[in-house]
Design a protein around this ligand. Sequence first.
Ligand code: G3I
Length: 463
Amino acid sequence: MAQNPHGEAPARPFLPARGRRALSFVTAGVLAAAGVVALAGNAQAVGALGDAAAAKGRYFGTAVAANHLGEAAYASTLDAQFDSVTPENEMKWDAVESSRNSFSFSAADQIVSHAQTKGMKVRGHTLVWHSQLPGWVSGLSATELRSAMNNHITQVMTHYKGKIHSWDVVNEAYQDGSSGARRSSPFQDKLGNGFIEEAFRTARTVDAGAKLCYNDYNTDGQNAKSNAVYDMVKDFKQRGVPIDCVGFQSHFNSNSPVPSDYQANLQRFADLGVDVQITELDIEGSGSAQAANYTKVVNACLAVTRCTGLTVWGVTDKYSWRSSGTPLLFDGDYNKKPAYDAVLAALGGSSGGGDDGGEDGGGTGACTATYSQTSTWNGGYNGEVTVKAGGSGITTWTVPVTVPSPQKVSAVWNGTPTTSGDVMTVRPAWNGTLAAGASTSFGFTVTTNGNTSAPVVGACTAS
Ligand code: G3I
């Protein structure tokens, strides 16, 4: 029988989540390029799935393991496809604080640094979890444990302050089954029900710019477990406990299929006033059946306004925690699977066009947009987007750009921006004609206001 993330049988009945935080912009004027620092090097591509999702106001991420980043095909697929990453294990307690108050961030830093270089956002996973917890934690007294928990949250969030769009502050605190009860853990057993609230309150004091999420599995449809989480979130919102988002892990297989009320369940949480995110998506299977299930999940997220993004739990089947179930979008040789095409299509993208790193090519239409950070200083940076025509000439183009709050765009050059909601759409400042394969660029200046995350540059649309 298929198992849930903890090796347990899935709860029966198995009835059955945007990471982009609220964004704001100033509408910037068109400035002359004169005086702007030289635009050079450090090209950063935002990928095909990421581009397509960005055009829908979402991110599309993947779990990443630091020890695979040196594998060329792994890195190129990652870089070509995704605009958000979640360290699969490298930010967990046992990885960053195996000895009390002695922190080691090197593996997680490697992922964050890679993401930043490539213009990707980062989800933080996870601060307080009963699993992958070093032995010393469970030996503490209640008083010591409270202190250790708050110190852990503070140290880790401080290290990554401004670099994480959403944090899984507490992970998997509820039991499976019909009880709706909390899971036994050192935190629950010694600190009682209040530990979750305390963790969120501490987290808010450390990085007010990060979205704070509760994350769990088997909560993807309405059931006793998701009802219990729902009641907690409702209570938190009513009492002003700082929670911004709920993560739905969405590990599916034939025994734990995509619930029929998946979208409705996401919506009822969103209606509480939190964002919802699909955080660890994988669906065992193959071919059209697997593809159809992925389509259901993507469509559900797109149908829920506050579903801010999706993350699949790995790049390739061969490194999946459930590799025998081939649950991901790329096979072991990094070939795109039908599930990949289905996801891209559901996001409104297309598989035709240039090379996006996967075997059967791909792209997002008649033009591409590639982001580079061209200079940075204390409090700001300049970005450049190169717009390149595909195999045919184009007469004009548009590119959406979002910068994470509280960043502000203060200037745009070689392009005309218009702002709608959280998206700054840039058009040519004058003649937008590009011959086949020709390129042009526009640039912008951003005031970071403490958040140094890279902007997300969406898909180029040509006509
Ligand atoms: O890195 C060591 C290696 O040095 C050692 O030789 C090997 C021997 O077992 O273990 C390796 O570490 C493993 C690690 O994955 C990296 O591969 C751990 O044993 C293994 O337990 C760990 O599994 C991770 C699992 O969480 C642990 O609970 C999976 O990679 C990771 O995908 C999985 O992710 C969880 C989410 O965090 C929370 N939701 C469920 C999800 C799936 O279980």
